[in-house]
Design a binder for this molecule. Structure first.
Ligand SMILES: *[C@@H]1O[C@H](CO)[C@@H](O)[C@H](O)[C@H]1NC(C)=O
Length: 169
């Protein structure tokens, strides 16, 4: 007698948001090779007339960007640039012309003077590149600040807390 096996295969429709070919929603490829095959920086491209500065913006004098800008096209929207700065300011800009679409300080940034660690000047807020989960239209990042919304009084080796800053991209 043959054993009878039942296989139940279920399919769930999964919302898959297809990105634009020039979107870049994370720091590097998953293997962290540093190579992004949709942003080729070959001499022939960089030296061509198709390559140049399209727009530039100026923000806070002491603001720095250690986090790589991300490029993302939200569902039904136009392509945007997502910026996150050392002063904990996040911004979305229109990718075509740099017009600011949205801006928010997620929390007061950590003051370098609180600990005197001089490798990062003035403010130690967001320093790592965020990552965007396109399936839920959400950006994730770490923002260094203070407990209970304070804006100074930090110590070395302070505690870490998870914060959420809801808003859609
Ligand atoms: C910037 O480009 C977007 C399209 O991506 C357009 O809707 C908007 O009007 C432009 N803004 C300016 C100030 O040119």
């Amino acid at each position: 007698m043959w054993p009878i096996c039942f296989f139940i295969v279920a399919f769930w429709p999964i919302f898959v948001h297809s990105l634009a070919p020039t979107d870049e929603i994370q720091d590097a490829d998953p293997a962290q090779s540093g190579y992004l095959d949709n942003h080729n920086m070959q001499p022939t491209i960089v030296g061509s007339q198709n390559f140049g500065i399209l727009w530039q913006n100026t923000y806070g004098a002491k603001e720095k960007w250690y986090a790589k800008p991300l490029v993302y096209t939200p569902p039904g929207g136009t392509q945007l640039v997502f910026l996150a700065s050392s002063m904990n300011v996040i911004r979305t800009l229109d990718a075509v012309n740099g017009t600011m679409l949205n801006s928010r300080t997620v929390q007061p940034p950590f003051l370098q003077s609180d600990i005197g660690c001089t490798d990062i000047p003035d403010y130690i807020g967001i320093t790592g590149t965020p990552i965007i989960d396109a399936s839920v239209n959400t950006a994730y990042f770490f923002a260094k600040g203070y407990k209970n919304g304070a804006s100074s009084g930090g110590v070395a080796n302070g505690e870490h807390q998870k914060g959420e800053f809801p808003g859609s991209l």
